[in-house]
Design a protein around this ligand. Sequence first.
Ligand code: HEC
Length: 273
Amino acid sequence: MNTKFLSLIIVALSLTCLGIYLFVSAPPPLDLNVSKVNKSYSTENAFKIIAKLNDDTRTFYTKEIVGKGMASGLKFHEDWQKSNVEAGPLPALFLRGIAQYIEKSAVPMGLYLGSDFPIVQANLFEGVQAEKFKEIKKDKKPKFFYDTDTDRHIGMFPDFAGAQACVTCHNEHKDSPKKNWKLNDMMGATTWSYPTDSISTDELLAMISIYKNGVKNTYTSYITEVNGFKSTIKPNVGNNWPSQGYNIPSWNTLSDTIDLMTSKALMTSILNK
Ligand code: HEC
Protein backbone atom coordinates (compact mmCIF):
# COMPACT_ATOMS: atom_id res chain seq x y z
CA MET A 1 0.00 0.00 0.00
CA ASN A 2 2.79 2.32 1.01
CA THR A 3 4.74 1.75 -2.16
CA LYS A 4 1.56 1.86 -4.26
CA PHE A 5 0.73 5.16 -2.67
CA LEU A 6 4.20 6.60 -3.25
CA SER A 7 4.10 5.45 -6.87
CA LEU A 8 0.76 7.21 -7.23
CA ILE A 9 2.32 10.44 -5.98
CA ILE A 10 5.27 9.96 -8.29
CA VAL A 11 2.95 9.41 -11.26
CA ALA A 12 0.85 12.45 -10.35
CA LEU A 13 3.93 14.64 -9.86
CA SER A 14 5.45 13.35 -13.05
CA LEU A 15 2.29 14.16 -15.02
CA THR A 16 2.20 17.68 -13.59
CA CYS A 17 5.85 18.03 -14.44
CA LEU A 18 5.25 16.72 -17.95
CA GLY A 19 2.41 19.23 -18.44
CA ILE A 20 4.54 22.17 -17.32
CA TYR A 21 7.51 20.92 -19.30
CA LEU A 22 5.62 20.51 -22.55
CA PHE A 23 3.84 23.80 -22.12
CA VAL A 24 6.86 25.93 -21.25
CA SER A 25 9.55 24.35 -23.40
CA ALA A 26 9.25 21.24 -25.47
CA PRO A 27 12.71 20.04 -26.56
CA PRO A 28 13.68 16.42 -25.79
CA PRO A 29 14.94 14.50 -23.93
CA LEU A 30 12.22 14.35 -21.29
CA ASP A 31 13.31 13.52 -17.78
CA LEU A 32 10.46 12.59 -15.49
CA ASN A 33 12.48 11.62 -12.44
CA VAL A 34 10.56 12.90 -9.39
CA SER A 35 13.69 14.07 -7.61
CA LYS A 36 14.15 16.59 -10.43
CA VAL A 37 10.79 18.20 -9.64
CA ASN A 38 12.07 21.18 -7.80
CA LYS A 39 8.87 21.99 -6.01
CA SER A 40 9.75 23.29 -2.62
CA TYR A 41 7.52 23.66 0.38
CA SER A 42 7.71 26.00 3.33
CA THR A 43 8.44 23.96 6.44
CA GLU A 44 5.25 25.50 7.84
CA ASN A 45 3.19 23.82 5.09
CA ALA A 46 5.06 20.57 5.55
CA PHE A 47 4.20 20.68 9.28
CA LYS A 48 0.53 21.23 8.39
CA ILE A 49 0.58 18.19 6.10
CA ILE A 50 2.30 15.89 8.59
CA ALA A 51 0.25 17.21 11.54
CA LYS A 52 -2.99 16.37 9.70
CA LEU A 53 -1.73 12.86 8.95
CA ASN A 54 -0.74 12.45 12.60
CA ASP A 55 -4.09 13.80 13.85
CA ASP A 56 -6.06 11.40 11.68
CA THR A 57 -3.86 8.45 12.63
CA ARG A 58 -3.85 9.20 16.36
CA THR A 59 -7.60 9.87 16.53
CA PHE A 60 -8.26 6.60 14.71
CA TYR A 61 -5.94 4.69 17.05
CA THR A 62 -7.51 6.33 20.14
CA LYS A 63 -11.09 5.62 19.07
CA GLU A 64 -10.93 2.30 17.23
CA ILE A 65 -8.12 0.52 19.07
CA VAL A 66 -7.99 2.03 22.59
CA GLY A 67 -11.61 3.22 23.05
CA LYS A 68 -13.40 0.25 21.48
CA GLY A 69 -10.65 -2.08 22.74
CA MET A 70 -11.19 -1.14 26.39
CA ALA A 71 -14.90 -1.81 25.91
CA SER A 72 -14.01 -5.29 24.56
CA GLY A 73 -11.68 -6.12 27.43
CA LEU A 74 -8.29 -5.10 25.99
CA LYS A 75 -5.90 -3.36 28.38
CA PHE A 76 -3.78 -0.25 27.70
CA HIS A 77 -1.08 1.07 29.98
CA GLU A 78 1.68 3.68 30.22
CA ASP A 79 4.14 0.90 31.07
CA TRP A 80 2.97 -1.31 28.20
CA GLN A 81 6.54 -2.23 27.21
CA LYS A 82 7.54 -3.60 30.63
CA SER A 83 7.75 -7.38 30.60
CA ASN A 84 5.37 -7.76 33.56
CA VAL A 85 2.68 -5.53 31.98
CA GLU A 86 0.43 -7.23 29.42
CA ALA A 87 -1.19 -4.25 27.71
CA GLY A 88 -1.09 -2.02 24.65
CA PRO A 89 0.23 1.56 24.34
CA LEU A 90 -1.93 4.47 25.51
CA PRO A 91 -2.36 7.14 22.79
CA ALA A 92 0.38 9.40 24.24
CA LEU A 93 2.76 6.43 24.37
CA PHE A 94 1.84 5.42 20.84
CA LEU A 95 2.89 8.92 19.77
CA ARG A 96 6.06 8.66 21.85
CA GLY A 97 6.93 5.40 20.07
CA ILE A 98 6.58 7.14 16.71
CA ALA A 99 8.63 10.13 17.95
CA GLN A 100 11.45 7.88 19.18
CA TYR A 101 11.53 6.00 15.90
CA ILE A 102 11.80 9.28 13.93
CA GLU A 103 14.51 10.53 16.31
CA LYS A 104 16.68 7.47 15.57
CA SER A 105 16.28 7.90 11.80
CA ALA A 106 18.24 10.08 9.36
CA VAL A 107 15.25 12.43 8.90
CA PRO A 108 15.91 15.53 11.05
CA MET A 109 12.28 15.96 12.12
CA GLY A 110 11.27 16.16 15.78
CA LEU A 111 7.89 15.28 17.34
CA TYR A 112 6.88 15.99 20.95
CA LEU A 113 3.62 16.05 22.90
CA GLY A 114 3.72 18.56 25.76
CA SER A 115 1.41 20.37 28.15
CA ASP A 116 1.31 23.01 30.90
CA PHE A 117 -0.19 20.45 33.33
CA PRO A 118 1.50 17.20 32.34
CA ILE A 119 1.19 13.82 34.02
CA VAL A 120 4.88 13.30 33.30
CA GLN A 121 7.24 16.21 34.12
CA ALA A 122 9.35 15.61 30.98
CA ASN A 123 6.25 16.68 28.99
CA LEU A 124 6.20 20.20 30.51
CA PHE A 125 6.71 22.97 27.94
CA GLU A 126 9.59 25.33 28.70
CA GLY A 127 11.10 28.55 27.30
CA VAL A 128 9.69 29.99 24.08
CA GLN A 129 7.47 26.93 23.59
CA ALA A 130 5.79 27.61 26.96
CA GLU A 131 5.15 31.20 25.84
CA LYS A 132 3.70 30.13 22.50
CA PHE A 133 1.59 27.52 24.26
CA LYS A 134 -0.09 30.33 26.25
CA GLU A 135 -0.90 32.13 22.98
CA ILE A 136 -2.39 28.95 21.50
CA LYS A 137 -4.55 28.54 24.60
CA LYS A 138 -6.03 31.97 23.85
CA ASP A 139 -6.74 31.71 20.11
CA LYS A 140 -6.66 27.89 19.66
CA LYS A 141 -4.62 28.30 16.46
CA PRO A 142 -1.37 26.53 15.51
CA LYS A 143 1.83 28.61 15.86
CA PHE A 144 4.90 28.58 13.63
CA PHE A 145 8.14 30.15 14.80
CA TYR A 146 11.90 29.83 15.09
CA ASP A 147 13.14 28.56 18.43
CA THR A 148 16.54 30.12 19.23
CA ASP A 149 16.95 27.75 22.23
CA THR A 150 17.10 24.76 19.88
CA ASP A 151 17.94 26.47 16.54
CA ARG A 152 14.97 24.80 14.93
CA HIS A 153 11.79 25.78 13.11
CA ILE A 154 8.73 24.80 15.11
CA GLY A 155 5.08 24.10 14.38
CA MET A 156 2.84 23.77 17.45
CA PHE A 157 -0.68 22.35 17.07
CA PRO A 158 -3.29 22.34 19.87
CA ASP A 159 -4.31 18.96 21.29
CA PHE A 160 -7.92 18.86 22.51
CA ALA A 161 -9.77 16.52 24.84
CA GLY A 162 -11.87 15.13 22.01
CA ALA A 163 -13.21 12.16 23.97
CA GLN A 164 -14.43 11.65 27.53
CA ALA A 165 -11.70 9.02 27.96
CA CYS A 166 -9.01 11.74 27.76
CA VAL A 167 -10.67 13.71 30.56
CA THR A 168 -11.45 10.79 32.85
CA CYS A 169 -8.06 9.16 32.60
CA HIS A 170 -6.09 12.39 33.15
CA ASN A 171 -8.31 13.56 36.04
CA GLU A 172 -8.01 10.20 37.78
CA HIS A 173 -4.30 9.71 37.20
CA LYS A 174 -2.37 9.88 40.47
CA ASP A 175 0.43 12.00 38.94
CA SER A 176 -1.85 14.50 37.18
CA PRO A 177 -1.33 18.04 38.52
CA LYS A 178 -4.80 19.04 37.23
CA LYS A 179 -7.94 17.13 38.17
CA ASN A 180 -10.64 19.24 36.53
CA TRP A 181 -10.06 18.74 32.79
CA LYS A 182 -13.28 19.05 30.80
CA LEU A 183 -14.35 17.75 27.38
CA ASN A 184 -12.85 19.86 24.53
CA ASP A 185 -10.27 21.53 26.81
CA MET A 186 -6.93 22.12 25.19
CA MET A 187 -4.82 19.58 27.09
CA GLY A 188 -1.54 20.03 25.30
CA ALA A 189 0.15 20.66 21.97
CA THR A 190 1.87 18.49 19.40
CA THR A 191 5.16 20.11 18.48
CA TRP A 192 7.02 19.41 15.24
CA SER A 193 10.52 20.69 14.57
CA TYR A 194 12.87 20.83 11.60
CA PRO A 195 16.26 22.51 11.04
CA THR A 196 15.43 24.41 7.82
CA ASP A 197 12.62 26.81 6.85
CA SER A 198 11.88 25.22 3.47
CA ILE A 199 12.12 21.70 2.10
CA SER A 200 12.18 19.85 -1.21
CA THR A 201 9.58 17.36 -2.41
CA ASP A 202 11.99 14.53 -1.61
CA GLU A 203 12.34 15.79 1.95
CA LEU A 204 8.58 16.01 2.36
CA LEU A 205 8.15 12.46 1.09
CA ALA A 206 10.88 11.35 3.50
CA MET A 207 9.02 13.03 6.41
CA ILE A 208 5.77 11.26 5.50
CA SER A 209 7.48 7.97 4.94
CA ILE A 210 9.41 8.03 8.24
CA TYR A 211 6.23 8.97 10.10
CA LYS A 212 4.41 5.99 8.58
CA ASN A 213 7.32 3.68 9.38
CA GLY A 214 7.18 4.97 12.97
CA VAL A 215 3.50 4.02 13.16
CA LYS A 216 4.32 0.58 11.74
CA ASN A 217 7.22 0.03 14.11
CA THR A 218 5.22 1.04 17.21
CA TYR A 219 2.14 -0.95 16.22
CA THR A 220 4.08 -4.09 15.34
CA SER A 221 5.88 -3.86 18.73
CA TYR A 222 2.41 -3.98 20.27
CA ILE A 223 1.52 -7.08 18.22
CA THR A 224 4.82 -8.71 19.31
CA GLU A 225 3.93 -7.98 22.97
CA VAL A 226 0.48 -9.51 22.45
CA ASN A 227 2.00 -12.68 20.99
CA GLY A 228 4.09 -12.99 24.15
CA PHE A 229 1.16 -12.61 26.63
CA LYS A 230 1.44 -15.28 29.34
CA SER A 231 -1.17 -14.57 32.02
CA THR A 232 -3.65 -12.68 29.82
CA ILE A 233 -5.74 -14.42 27.14
CA LYS A 234 -4.28 -13.39 23.78
CA PRO A 235 -6.64 -11.29 21.66
CA ASN A 236 -7.19 -12.53 18.08
CA VAL A 237 -4.84 -10.75 15.70
CA GLY A 238 -6.14 -10.60 12.12
CA ASN A 239 -8.85 -8.99 10.03
CA ASN A 240 -11.22 -8.16 12.88
CA TRP A 241 -11.54 -5.01 14.97
CA PRO A 242 -11.97 -4.37 18.71
CA SER A 243 -15.50 -3.08 17.92
CA GLN A 244 -16.36 -6.69 16.92
CA GLY A 245 -14.95 -8.36 20.03
CA TYR A 246 -11.68 -9.33 21.69
CA ASN A 247 -9.56 -8.64 18.58
CA ILE A 248 -6.85 -6.38 17.33
CA PRO A 249 -6.27 -5.82 13.62
CA SER A 250 -3.05 -7.08 12.08
CA TRP A 251 -0.65 -4.41 10.84
CA ASN A 252 -1.83 -4.93 7.24
CA THR A 253 -5.48 -4.54 8.19
CA LEU A 254 -4.76 -1.39 10.20
CA SER A 255 -2.48 0.23 7.63
CA ASP A 256 -4.86 -0.44 4.71
CA THR A 257 -7.63 1.31 6.62
CA ILE A 258 -5.46 4.25 7.69
CA ASP A 259 -4.09 4.64 4.13
CA LEU A 260 -7.60 4.66 2.65
CA MET A 261 -8.69 7.23 5.20
CA THR A 262 -5.69 9.56 4.83
CA SER A 263 -4.47 9.21 1.21
CA LYS A 264 -6.83 11.64 -0.46
CA ALA A 265 -6.19 14.57 1.88
CA LEU A 266 -2.48 13.79 1.85
CA MET A 267 -2.26 13.69 -1.95
CA THR A 268 -4.28 16.91 -2.36
CA SER A 269 -2.12 18.77 0.15
CA ILE A 270 1.10 17.55 -1.45
CA LEU A 271 0.04 18.61 -4.94
CA ASN A 272 -1.44 21.95 -3.88
CA LYS A 273 1.50 22.83 -1.61
C1 HEC B 1 -6.20 5.65 29.84
C2 HEC B 1 -5.46 6.85 30.16
C3 HEC B 1 -5.28 7.95 29.15
C4 HEC B 1 -6.09 8.31 28.12
C5 HEC B 1 -7.39 7.68 27.66
C6 HEC B 1 -5.49 9.48 27.52
N1 HEC B 1 -4.32 9.81 28.13
FE1 HEC B 1 -3.14 11.38 27.72
N2 HEC B 1 -1.71 10.61 28.88
C7 HEC B 1 -1.88 9.55 29.75
C8 HEC B 1 -0.62 9.29 30.43
C9 HEC B 1 -0.37 8.20 31.46
C10 HEC B 1 0.31 10.24 29.92
C11 HEC B 1 1.77 10.38 30.26
C12 HEC B 1 2.49 9.43 29.36
C13 HEC B 1 3.97 9.59 29.35
O1 HEC B 1 4.43 10.58 28.76
O2 HEC B 1 4.64 8.71 29.89
C14 HEC B 1 -0.43 11.06 28.96
C15 HEC B 1 0.13 12.13 28.28
C16 HEC B 1 -0.62 13.06 27.59
C17 HEC B 1 -0.12 14.34 27.14
C18 HEC B 1 1.29 14.90 27.35
C19 HEC B 1 1.34 15.69 28.64
C20 HEC B 1 1.22 14.85 29.89
O3 HEC B 1 0.12 14.86 30.48
O4 HEC B 1 2.20 14.17 30.28
C21 HEC B 1 -1.16 14.97 26.52
C22 HEC B 1 -1.17 16.35 25.89
C23 HEC B 1 -2.29 14.05 26.55
N3 HEC B 1 -1.93 12.89 27.21
C24 HEC B 1 -3.51 14.30 25.98
C25 HEC B 1 -4.50 13.32 25.85
C26 HEC B 1 -5.66 13.45 25.00
C27 HEC B 1 -6.04 14.68 24.20
C28 HEC B 1 -6.35 12.26 25.10
C29 HEC B 1 -7.61 11.84 24.37
C30 HEC B 1 -7.58 11.93 22.93
C31 HEC B 1 -5.62 11.42 26.04
N4 HEC B 1 -4.51 12.10 26.48
C32 HEC B 1 -6.03 10.16 26.44
C33 HEC B 1 -3.04 8.86 29.98
C34 HEC B 1 -4.14 8.90 29.14
